[in-house]
Write a protein that binds this ligand. Structure first.
Ligand code: MEV
Length: 427
């Protein structure tokens, strides 16, 4: 997996990569073939997943290498259409190896469900009334998912909040805190909320309006740290100090400015979403949670933190909500998601979250390192030029030839690619 074999992996043909992956992971070749897309999600399966299904939509799937998370070597499947992301993650994971890789952890998998209580005349008295029935309500909520209870999950707490000021005046919000264990948890939470809603209405005399989970899953956090030894940061004409300080300056920009923070966090989500997607999880939920968390102190800011330690090494930290599961939903139905989980050898949702947050941190480092030194375009060019060549209609050997010419001309545009192709084909 590490170092020089990485170069070899990149150079292998598609089918040889699969064989190599099978050898490294112990997952049988037959099972891995699902990842090629040929035997993946069928239109018939899709028909059971969404309404008006007409087929499936596929994305490139790659594997990030060199990752060590909590001392464990792993291969990380990533579904993404953007060039440079998988290479960036793999390269940064390699840099992180000499500092021990990534150390990651999660909080308990507690999701939050919300009930909106309207037409409340005395907010404080109603709040107290509901809290007096806290234990009964939790018991009622526990009854909806005996499987989750058996695995140690279930309702944990009931909190009543007051929204003092809104377009419709003041109202109450009940938060049901629910430990969803290895599930993403949306169904468990929403079912439990709908179960307790009539009882809450009865106790409070209020009109219970919305009953839905919150994607600001700030009780279900994942955290990763890494240390990049200073000396390993040097490359080309850039000294290690220049690279490190350039990264710290780039981070300070994101920390201070929402315009930059949005792009900085988008870079993190390039890595996060790709793994979330490859494992059949709800990436919109993770996206929503990430950005809401980034604005939790009233100003949108960077999700990550970069500092230097006493020895001058570069230290990264990322903390974000991570509502992902390994049971239920598309993680169970999508054949490629199942294989992706096997490839990573994750056995709990917490382990999956730890891998994802580590990839997010690696991806952030890849972007900052490039931006703080040679710029982002250089790394992008090769694959981007190939994408443009294919979009312009190049086939077979034309693809590489056209991509080379576009790169040389430093004009990577589809109109120019079409023009060149037309000229070649005329000759
Ligand atoms: C591009 O997909 C992601 C970056 O813009 C992230 C960043 O600017 O930090 C390169």
């Amino acid at each position: 997996m590490p170092d020089e074999s990485d170069v070899k992996f990149y150079e292998l043909s598609l089918s040889d990569r699969l064989e190599q992956l099978s050898k490294e992971s112990g997952v049988p070749l037959e099972a891995l073939k699902v990842l090629t897309g040929e035997a993946s999600l069928s239109p018939e399966q899709a028909n059971h997943m969404v309404e008006n299904a007409i087929g499936v939509f596929v994305l490139p799937l790659g594997v990030a290498r060199n990752f060590i998370v909590n001392g464990r070597e792993l291969l990380v499947p990533m579904a993404i259409e953007e060039p440079s992301v998988i290479a960036g993650a793999s390269f940064m994971a390699k840099l992180a190896r000499s500092g021990g890789g990534f150390t990651a952890e999660t909080t308990q998998p507690e999701m939050i469900g919300q009930l909106q209580l309207l037409d409340v005349s005395d907010l404080e008295q109603t709040r107290k009334k509901i809290l007096d029935h806290r234990d009964d309500l939790l018991k009622l909520a526990a009854g909806v998912d005996p499987v989750l209870l058996r695995f140690g999950g279930g309702p944990r707490d009931l909190i009543v909040r007051t929204i003092e000021d809104s377009a419709i005046g003041a109202f109450l919000v009940v938060h049901l805190i629910y430990d969803v264990r290895d599930a993403m948890g949306a169904n468990a939470i929403n079912t439990a909320l709908e179960k307790i809603a009539p009882k809450v209405a009865e106790i409070s005399g209020a009109r219970v309006h919305l009953r839905i989970l919150s994607n600001l899953a700030d009780r279900r956090l994942a955290r990763a740290t890494c240390t990049i030894p200073l000396a390993d940061l040097a490359f080309g004409d850039y000294s290690a100090e220049m690279v490190r300080d350039g990264i710290l300056e780039a981070w300070a920009f994101a920390e201070a400015d929402p315009y930059r923070a949005a792009t900085h966090n988008k870079g993190i989500m390039n890595g996060v979403d790709a793994v979330v997607l490859a494992t059949g999880n709800d990436w919109r939920a993770v996206e929503a949670g990430a950005h809401a968390y980034a604005a939790r102190n009233g100003r949108y800011t960077s999700l990550s933190t970069w500092t230097k330690d006493k020895a001058g090494n570069l230290c990264g930290f990322l903390e974000m909500p991570m509502a992902v599961g390994i049971v239920g939903g598309a993680t169970r139905v999508h054949p490629a998601a199942q294989v992706a989980l096997k490839l990573m050898k994750v056995e709990t949702a917490a382990q999956l979250a730890e891998v994802i947050v580590s990839v997010g941190l690696a991806q952030n480092l890849a972007a900052l390192r490039a931006l703080a030194t040679e710029g982002i375009q250089r790394g992008h060019m090769g694959l981007h030029a190939r994408q443009v060549a294919v979009a312009a209609g190049a086939v077979g050997s034309e693809i590489d030839r056209l991509a080379n010419q576009l790169t040389q001309e430093k004009t990577i545009r589809t109109d120019r690619a079409e023009q060149i192709l037309k000229e070649w084909r005329k000759q």
